[in-house]
Ligand binder design. Structure first.
Ligand code: PLP
Length: 419
């Protein structure tokens, strides 16, 4: 599942001890395993090998250039959601015809840049956006391929902040409007080729049923549209595969493929996938050092040097991340504790009520597990904290793939005028 394992009482990433990385690079630091990233990508590729889909890694999960490049070199395309992500994809020379672009709020500048770059598809999320892409394509003398992101109105049974396919969500276009686009509006959109239906129903989805429901709705819609003169050649089923953070038992890549492939049999549609968390989630940890042990009359706190600005998932989604000391303690008496950061918010915690060795003390390093997805990429400078460093392990070696921010970088874009 992943390459973070205890050996001789030390936690290793592949063949490098995490304690050694923390001592050398400092903390907080995200550490990623190259082998795990590739293993997860290849699991998906293998599971779907019979239909050879385009797997576009969803860069929002972890947009570090080195991580994206590993996946690009392994054959992945990229799923982007902003001009900044397009810029990143271009920086590592991702083939433009392997880039797909979703987002409910693409600006005219972002649309123009993406058309000029030659991306494969915009995943269009509103009629207004469709018209704007058409107008910009016309002004550039281009014909742009687009997908309609359909909101299939299915419940993904995941956290309310990461469900995207209910009527109440801001994402996608409902089925009725999609039909109107094809039957009425399409004639006036001469600079668009509407040839894909896109579905993304949410994230951290553990069971295959909602994927099946959404895909069946998507395929039925495509059949109806194609019977009536449309030419839909692709279906994009987004990302959303859940991973194990705690006790989850999510579908495997193979379970997922076994459910999806038969629905597409004989449909003559090229499949696109946009996995993010599945590939990188369990391929990274966040290392943090205990600054203080604080015992109050009701509980123990380990106050650590990572905080909600580094990993917001516990505060934002009440998400669970395992916490493991990188050096195991010999005498194991356990005590419950909250692991909290230095930020001035009661919501600043990484874990609550965890049984950890009672002998943990100042300077001990903890690994916050499964922090590879939506960790660094959702981090911020709140409380003027510098963003963490990132390290990539490859076998016996490791390298810094993003330096820790400096205080100078923290203020460099601020204009103090005559102050
Ligand atoms: N595709 C789209 C359109 C998304 O919005 C997201 C995440 O929110 C993803 C793909 C990736 O999802 P996940 O990381 O759950 O695979």
């Amino acid at each position: 599942m992943h390459d973070f394992k205890m050996k001789n009482n030390r936690l290793f990433c592949e063949q490098v001890s995490l304690d050694a990385i923390a001592r050398k690079v400092g903390s907080p630091v995200f550490v990623y395993s190259k082998k795990t990233i590739l293993d997860h990508f290849n699991k998906l590729k293998k599971a779907f090998k019979d239909i050879d889909p385009l797997i576009c890694y969803s860069m929002k999960a972890n947009s570090n250039l080195s991580i994206c490049k590993i996946l690009k070199d392994a054959g992945a395309g990229i799923d982007i959601v902003s001009g900044g992500e397009l810029y990143r994809a271009q920086a590592i020379k991702v083939q433009a015809d392997k880039i797909v672009y979703a987002s409910v709020g693409k600006t005219p500048e972002e649309i123009e840049a993406a058309i000029k770059a030659g991306i494969l598809f915009f995943n269009v999320e509103s009629v207004a956006e469709l018209k704007l892409i058409n107008a910009i394509a016309r002004s550039l003398g281009e014909k742009q391929k687009v997908a309609i992101r359909v909101n299939p109105d299915v419940a993904a049974k995941t956290h309310k902040y990461i469900t995207t396919a209910k009527k109440q969500n801001k994402f996608g276009i409902d089925v009725k409007t999609t039909k109107e686009i094809f039957f009425k509006l399409r004639k006036s959109l001469n600079n668009l080729e509407i040839c894909c239906i896109h579905l993304h129903i949410g994230s951290q989805i553990e069971h295959v049923t909602p994927f099946i429901q959404a895909l069946k709705k998507g395929v039925k819609l495509i059949e109806l549209l194609n019977k009536n003169g449309a030419n839909i050649t692709h279906i994009n089923i987004g990302g959303g595969l859940g991973i194990i953070y705690d006790k989850e038992k999510p579908q495997t890549a193979s379970d997922y493929a076994k459910a999806i492939i038969p629905i597409l049999a004989d449909k003559n549609l090229k499949l696109i996938l946009e996995p993010g968390r599945f590939i990188v989630g369990n391929a990274g940890v966040l290392l943090t050092k205990i600054i203080y042990v604080k015992d109050t009359s009701v509980k123990r706190f380990y106050i650590v040097d990572a905080a909600m600005n580094d990993l917001i998932r516990p505060s934002f989604y009440e998400a669970f991340h395992g916490v493991i000391p990188v050096i195991a303690k010999k005498k194991i008496k356990l005590k419950k504790a909250d692991i909290v950061g230095p930020i001035c918010e009661s919501g600043d915690f990484l874990a609550k009520q965890r049984l950890l060795p009672a002998s943990l003390s100042q300077d001990d390093i903890l690994a916050v597990m499964s922090a590879g997805a939506y960790g660094f990429s959702m981090s911020s400078n709140y409380n003027s904290r510098r963003r963490a460093a990132e390290v990539l392990v490859d076998g016996k070696t490791f390298e810094i793939i993003r330096k820790r921010e400096t205080y100078g970088e923290l203020i460099k874009n601020e204009i103090t005028g005559k102050l």
